[in-house]
Design a protein around this ligand. Structure first.
Ligand SMILES: CN1CCN(C(=O)c2nonc2N)CC1
Length: 254
């Protein structure tokens, strides 16, 4: 999968290009992450990419022209990589609090793209004419304001890369994470057997895989009910999960 990030701070993306599972995906050429600096598309000596806002007000606004040239170049590179460069297969995504909030389900949907061009704003934002001309989708991390779009872009790329095939080693690992089946994740334990006077739940040492699976599901259910009642309201169990829920309800009544 191809990612182009348009940012005045390309060095920030070493975080996902050089470390961990995403770094390994780059090394193994399962993904490509190209950083494109809009300053490289300026024509003045100061490599200016921002200006005072029309209408006055605080801060600066990112100018349209350097960004438009950067996006056009990103599209050429995406095409060279083999992407079908259109909004359905390689969208231009602007990271913004005004966007749709990123979720595990929208992340999974993005894994089917050939690639994506991520636009990272700074300052007060980007000239609206650039956004209306080029942006296919705005995506938000949540209802808070950051200093720039780079961290949201890295979060989006990290969450998409880990859901690509053959990235997590054991694809089931990604499927069992929080939110994947609409529930929060279960607790996890490893060595040593005792820590701070607390032992590992016996069922996890039993080797009885069916009982372990049921225990983990029960933990997911109780955590989701107590911590995220909104998720629990929206949860739709599978046929097997519905049977387990029925058994849990009967056990609670005893
Ligand atoms: C111009 N710049 C403003 C700050 N910003 C965000 O707060 C943000 N991005 O994605 N989710 C968010 N929340 C990125 C864009």
């Amino acid at each position: 999968m191809y990612f182009a990030v348009i940012s005045i701070f390309p060095e920030m993306f070493a975080t996902i290009r050089e470390f961990g599972i995403t770094g390994r995906a780059v090394t193994q050429e399962q993904v490509t992450i190209e950083c494109i600096n809009p300053r490289d598309y300026t024509t003045d000596n100061y490599r200016r990419i921002d200006e005072r806002p029309y209408g006055g007000g605080p801060g600066m606004v990112m100018m349209a022209e350097p960004l438009s040239k950067a996006i056009e170049d990103a599209r050429l590179r995406a095409k060279e990589y083999g992407c079908r460069v259109d909004s359905e297969h390689c969208p231009v995504i602007y990271m913004s609090p005004q966007g749709q909030t990123l979720s595990e389900s929208s992340v999974v949907g993005m894994t089917y793209y050939d690639g994506m061009i991520l636009l990272c704003g700074r300052y007060e934002g980007i000239d609206e004419r650039l956004l209306s001309q080029y942006v296919d989708m705005e995506v938000s991390l949540g209802d808070y304001v950051l200093t720039g779009g780079e961290l949201p872009a890295m979060v989006l790329m990290d969450s998409v890369i880990r859901r690509l095939p053959d990235i997590m080693g054991d694809d089931k690992s990604a499927e069992q994470d929080s939110f994947v089946d609409g529930l929060l994740d279960c607790p996890h334990y490893t060595k040593p057997h005792e820590f701070a006077g607390m032992a590992v739940p016996e069922v996890l040492l039993s080797g009885h895989h069916a009982n372990i699976a049921k225990w983990r599901f029960a933990q997911q259910v109780s955590r989701t009910q107590t911590r995220r009642p909104d998720l629990w309201q929206a949860f739709t169990p599978t046929v097997e999960q519905a049977k387990w829920l029925e058994a849990l309800a009967k056990a609670d009544k005893k």
